[in-house]
Design a protein around this ligand. Structure first.
Ligand code: SF4
Ligand code: SF4
Ligand code: SF4
Length: 215
């Protein structure tokens, strides 16, 4: 596993993580355990051996299967341009605890997704626009009275991203996914990749639609 920007020998695959585990205050949901599990999966699937035989022993950096994980939607490690990208996320919701009207959540939200409205008894309550919300969980962290609380935590899964001569941004699967669901999804992608890839083709080059891989 490598940190973003760190150089490594060409092995046939790469699992990169962001700096969330080094104390970044923006972590929504840590991907550290997942990164270790996915590294194990890639080793178990013998991706280096597979690529070696499909490239006549000449594995180049552009052949490598890349899995990139970020602990929040800021996505510093750039999962959108990886074969498989994972982003930790938290969905905020409004709980029963009274809102003090402190405005901390409104100030904190990078996406202007929260506003305060007046209640019938003269108090304030937050309203979240889920079309704008990026599920970073920062509003939940700053709410002093736990009016805002996490209603769901999970991982976003993005498939088929790459840079190179024909770049494309990854396609996101709907919803948030548990650790085990991510592992199962990656296993399916690896099987699809090993069945269809020829001459060092990336997963990203094989991928065009989600239902094609999960038929
Ligand atoms: S992706 Fe989020 S948690 Fe990871 S280093 Fe960037 S800001 Fe921090
Ligand atoms: S979770 Fe959504 S509403 Fe809360 S700070 Fe992040 S983007 Fe804004
Ligand atoms: S929801 Fe929480 S952070 Fe937002 S104004 Fe109310 S008490 Fe403050």
């Amino acid at each position: 596993m490598t940190k973003t920007g760190q150089k490594k020998p060409v092995t046939g695959y790469d699992v990169s993580v962001c700096f969330g585990s080094k104390g970044c205050p923006h972590v929504a949901l840590s991907t550290a355990d997942l990164a270790r599990k996915l590294t194990f999966l890639l080793t178990q699937a013998d991706i280096p051996g597979f690529l070696k035989s499909s490239t006549n022993g000449k594995i180049r950096p552009h052949h490598e299967l890349r899995i990139v994980l970020s602990d929040c939607p800021n996505a510093c490690s750039r999962p959108q341009i990886a074969d498989i990208g994972i982003i930790g996320a938290v969905v905020p919701g409004v709980g029963d605890a009274a809102c003090t009207g402190c405005n901390a959540c409104v100030r904190k939200c990078p996406d202007r997704a929260i506003r305060l409205t007046d209640t019938s008894d003269g108090n304030k309550t937050p309203v979240i626009d889920m079309n704008l919300c990026q599920r970073c969980g920062q509003c939940v962290h700053v709410c002093p009275g736990r009016t805002l609380e996490p209603v769901q935590s999970g991982f976003r899964i993005l498939l088929g991203g790459r840079l190179g001569r024909h770049p494309r941004l990854a396609t996101e699967m709907p919803g948030l996914h548990s650790h085990d669901q991510v592992v199962a999804t990656v296993e399916t992608c690896l099987n699809y990749y090993k069945t269809h890839s020829r001459n060092g083709q990336r997963f990203s080059h094989l991928f065009s639609r989600i239902d094609q891989v999960f038929a």
